[in-house]
Design a binder for this molecule. Structure first.
Ligand code: NAD
Ligand code: MG
Length: 390
């Protein structure tokens, strides 16, 4: 029985993890779960799964939950420091990083420092802190298994003993597929009137609000190029992106002999997550499995970086290296939140992100504390810039 620490249990990835655990109660149990503000859902999960530890990271939510009745075996805690301690506990077999944003950075570092097997959904952590996380994982023998569907697909197409953080042998390049999001075919002249409601309505995947907006701007694919750069030790030029509206091929690996391996499946996060939880052993899933005849065709297009500049920004951030990906990520988290709150338009997301990249530039990454301070600084500067525009 594998004991899990599920960080970000109340989100969309958290839902998929819980759904898999529900189907395989003999294989998985929860040592710990974390949630930020949705204490009601955290309470429900605690009642159902009885984790040993429940960590609430937002203060008010912790206060509210304190008065409710938790199962007798579940200890309630508050705050990020406890979270970082709990992931390192010897009872934890697998840490699932499903927090959204760079808020997950410290817990990802803590899991890797403890040599844990890390199932990584929280791409922002690796985007911002890849320069620290990957060398530390090698040093501590921590295995990182990607849950992001594209990276999980690449991982599935690499040989069995392959460990992330190493450049895969005999691989020429990889191709990440992108659905294109909801505005792929929308004329750019209509972009100014895009509403948050339209942006979060993803045509293929059901996900949290932030990543849905990232998919609509193609920032998500940009973050994924950076994520792939760290996970597979590939240069930016070795990571292609194609728009594939059916979201059936999740990514491809091109080998030196001309062979191309791809992973296909219906767009359901339970498929990549179960491959991670099973540590490459395949767990039985239910659901709408792929029907090739119903699908009938697969289309591919070149991404349009004039309509979607965020993909270009990500490539520039890798080329400059150092702290620039962390700057881009922090700026983007603030611009997406501002767009969702109706403070600015859809088209301003890339321009705010680019302004902050130009303002901050790149310096070498030295420590987690440096990245956390930079993250806070860029967020404040982005907020100021957005305030001025209004
Ligand atoms: P979500 O918004 O649905 O859930 C986010 C989770 O993080 C919640 O449990 C929330 O309590 C927690 N959280 C939020 N802010 C926090 C903070 N400041 N400190 C600690 N915890 C906090 O997001 P999601 O869609 O589940 O995505 C989670 C991560 O997985 C993201 O990094 C996303 O890019 C990645 N991802 C998601 C999908 C998907 O299908 N949803 C696919 C690939 C990758
Ligand atoms: Mg993805």
């Amino acid at each position: 029985m594998k004991q899990l620490a599920l960080l970000g249990a109340t989100g969309s990835i958290g839902d998929s993890v819980c759904a898999i655990v529900r189907k395989h109660p003999e294989r998985f149990g929860f040592f710990a779960m974390s949630a930020h503000s949705n204490w009601q859902k955290a309470l429900q999960l605690a009642i159902e799964f009885k984790p040993r530890h429940l960590i609430i990271t937002e203060h008010q939510a912790h206060q509210a939950l304190q008065t409710e009745s938790l199962p007798s075996g579940t200890q309630l805690h508050w705050g990020g420091d406890v979270l970082n301690g709990v992931v390192a506990e010897p009872e934890v077999d697998l840490v699932v990083a499903a927090i959204v944003g760079s808020a997950g950075m410290a817990s990802v570092m803590a899991a890797v420092a403890a040599g844990k097997t890390l199932l990584l959904a929280n791409k922002e952590s690796i985007v911002s802190a890849g320069a620290l996380v990957m060398p530390l994982a090698k040093e501590k023998g921590a295995q990182i298994i990607p849950l992001d569907s594209e990276h999980n697909a690449v991982f599935q197409c690499l040989p069995d003993g392959y460990q992330t953080g190493h450049r895969p042998k005999q691989v020429k390049h990889i191709t990440l597929t992108a659905s294109g999001g909801p505005f792929w075919s929308k004329p750019m002249t209509e972009f100014a009137s895009i509403t948050p409601g339209q942006a979060v309505a993803h045509p293929k995947w059901d996900m949290g609000a932030k990543i849905s907006v990232d998919s609509a701007t193609l920032m998500n694919k940009g973050l994924e190029v950076i994520e792939a750069h760290w996970l597979f030790d590939l240069g930016e030029q070795d990571i292609d992106v194609v728009v594939h509206p059916q979201s059936t091929i999740h990514s491809l690996v091109h080998y030196v002999d001309g062979s191309v391996l791809a992973q296909l499946g219906s767009p359901d996060m339970q498929i990549p997550i179960s491959y991670g939880l099973g540590l490459r052993d395949r767990l039985e899933n239910e659901g709408a499995f792929l029907d090739l005849l119903a699908l009938s065709r697969l289309d591919f297009h070149e991404p349009d970086t004039e309509k979607f500049p965020c993909l270009r920004l990500a490539r520039e951030a890798i080329q400059a290296g150092g702290t620039l990906p962390a700057v881009l990520n922090a700026a983007n988290e603030v611009s997406v939140a501002a767009f969702l709150e109706g403070q600015m338009g859809f088209m301003e997301i890339p321009s705010v992100n680019e302004s902050l990249m130009m303002q901050y530039g790149a310096v070498p990454v030295t420590s987690l504390e440096q990245l956390q301070a930079l993250d806070a600084e860029v967020r404040a500067a982005a907020q100021k810039l957005i305030g001025k525009k209004n």
